[in-house]
Ligand binder design. Structure first.
Ligand SMILES: Cc1cc2nc3c(=O)[nH]c(=O)nc-3n(C[C@H](O)[C@H](O)[C@H](O)COP(=O)(O)OP(=O)(O)OC[C@H]3O[C@@H](n4cnc5c(N)ncnc54)[C@H](O)[C@@H]3O)c2cc1C
Ligand code: SF4
Ligand code: SF4
Length: 434
């Protein structure tokens, strides 16, 4: 941290996930978020002529780390609330009441439906959401949605980089209070902003967090399209989820054609599953995701997820359901308001899937990846308040993610199918010995 002078250095050190939050922390408007085309990532660029060296961008950067002890979601939002712990166990399964929203969103459309109710009930004036650019169908843009149509248009997960900085910058000039929908790292950035500037505590009424195992560079989508023989120039728009549960990847083409592909959970072919996992997990992961310990949006007011823990019970599900985890008093109040007065969400209580979540292998391997960076003398993110855990299996599995660093070199892409087969062989060996 001491060696960093601006967020440019965070990017160079490989700790930036391109969240865009530093853009709003800078009092001189010296930070721009740009797209690094070769790496397929968003990155900050500090204008040296405007920068006064105050390092405020660094203070709020979630890439550097996040203090879980200090930013407990209950105490950070409600400082006088004593034993908030018990609140964090509120858990629901739900879906949007409107069948078309439910069918076209990611899991059950609850994020979209909660926003619609919150807007209708005047709890918020709008929400920061993410949609695709009208000019470039593979590029994401953050938007402040202030009506029903805009909220619905942003539904669906984007498994590619998302920066929320431009929308937050615009919020500075808007009246009212807003919700922000974001990944755990976006929410970390917002909590840091709120801690450093009371304006953001007032401006952001709710942080709605998505669970996130990892996100991928734009190159992951390019690689997938290339493997499917689709020219990027022919793409009109892409949806990574939607069409019920567990959904499909749908690519609408400029000539009116449409290509539709299963997601890994409903793909019977092994080679297709390997391609999907290569493009959207192993080989094109945003490198900083390798050292992110927050799968479950712990700092959000309410966290939303796919209910994977239901396992076989999900096999009959066709329309979709969202898992909803209340994280603090503010989120509890929101969900209670929506249950009593809202019209858009159907919710039923369920036990929290803590046991399932604690066993997610990729997430528990974070600590060994942080350790490796430390041993190699590389910069690594700090997470005070989190207890590290290590396993030999996790250490061995780190080899699988080398592609995340190498895939920026397009000439290496033809090697990735062989890397997938190699991974599968090692998995078999590890399973046999453990
Ligand atoms: C990159 C990524 C990784 C995920 N990983 C997991 C996982 O490992 N396990 C799990 O259970 N769930 C994961 N999710 C969450 C899951 O895919 C659903 O988003 C969640 O279940 C909510 O579904 P919904 O139908 O209620 O949301 P919807 O009603 O479809 O609304 C989704 C909202 O999220 C916003 N959004 C979409 N993509 C992004 C993004 N990349 N960054 C910020 N905002 C975005 C949209 O603008 C929209 O407002 C992930 C989501 C993303 C985007
Ligand atoms: S705030 Fe976000 S975009 Fe800016 S340097 Fe940190 S991680 Fe990167
Ligand atoms: S894994 Fe962590 S760092 Fe990566 S996108 Fe998800 S929340 Fe952000």
């Amino acid at each position: 941290m001491k060696a960093f002078r601006t967020v440019n250095d965070v990017w160079k050190a490989g700790l930036c996930m391109g969240c865009g939050v530093c853009r709003v922390g800078c009092p001189k408007d010296a930070v721009r978020i740009t797209r690094d085309s070769s790496r397929g990532l968003f990155r900050p660029e500090v204008d040296a002529c405007l920068c006064v060296g105050c390092r405020r961008c660094l203070k709020i950067c979630p890439g550097i780390g996040f203090d879980y002890a200090k930013y407990d979601p209950v105490s950070s939002v409600n400082e006088d609330h004593p034993g908030g712990e018990a609140l964090t166990s509120d858990c629901y399964l739900g879906h949007a009441v409107d069948e078309s929203i439910r069918y076209s969103s990611s899991s059950g459309g609850v994020v979209t439906a909660v926003l619609l109710d919150a807007l209708e009930m005047k709890l918020i004036s709008g929400a920061v959401v993410t949609k695709f650019s009208d000019e470039d169908p593979l590029l994401t843009v953050p938007r402040i949605a202030t009506n029903r149509e805009e909220i619905i248009a942003a539904a669906g997960s984007k498994y590619c980089p998302v920066q929320i900085g431009d929308a937050l910058q615009e919020l500075k000039h808007r009246d009212g209070r807003f919700a922000v929908v974001g990944l755990p790292c976006h929410i970390h950035g917002i909590r840091k902003l709120q801690e450093n500037d009371g304006f953001w505590k007032e401006k952001i009424a709710y942080c709605l967090g998505l669970y996130c195992l990892n996100n991928n560079s734009f190159n992951g989508t390019s690689y997938f399209l290339r493997a499917k023989g689709i020219n990027i120039r022919d793409v009109k728009n892409i949806r990574y989820r939607g069409e019920g549960w567990p959904g499909k990847i749908t690519i609408n083409l400029q000539d009116g054609g449409k290509a539709s592909f299963n997601r890994p959970a409903n793909e019977p072919s092994l080679s297709e599953r390997r391609l999907l996992k290569s493009a959207f997990h192993y080989d094109f992961m945003i490198p900083r995701c390798l050292t992110c310990p927050d799968l479950t949006s712990e700092a959000a007011d309410v966290a939303f997820a796919d209910p994977w823990h239901l396992g076989n019970l999900l096999k009959k599900e066709k329309k979709g359901k969202t898992l909803i985890r209340v994280r603090g008093l503010n989120g509890k109040k929101l969900i209670e308001d929506i249950r009593s007065r809202g019209k858009s969400v159907s919710l039923e209580r369920c036990p929290p899937p803590d046991k399932y979540e604690s066993k997610v292998e990729f997430a528990s391997g974070v600590w060994s990846r942080i350790l490796i960076r430390k041993k190699l003398g590389l910069a690594y993110p700090r997470f005070p308040g989190k207890v590290p855990c290590y396993s030999r299996r996790a250490m061995a599995m780190n080899l699988f993610y080398v592609g995340s660093y190498l895939s920026r070199f397009r000439r290496l892409w033809p090697l990735l199918p062989a890397a997938s087969r190699f991974r599968a062989a090692i998995y078999r060996i590890l399973d046999a010995v453990s």
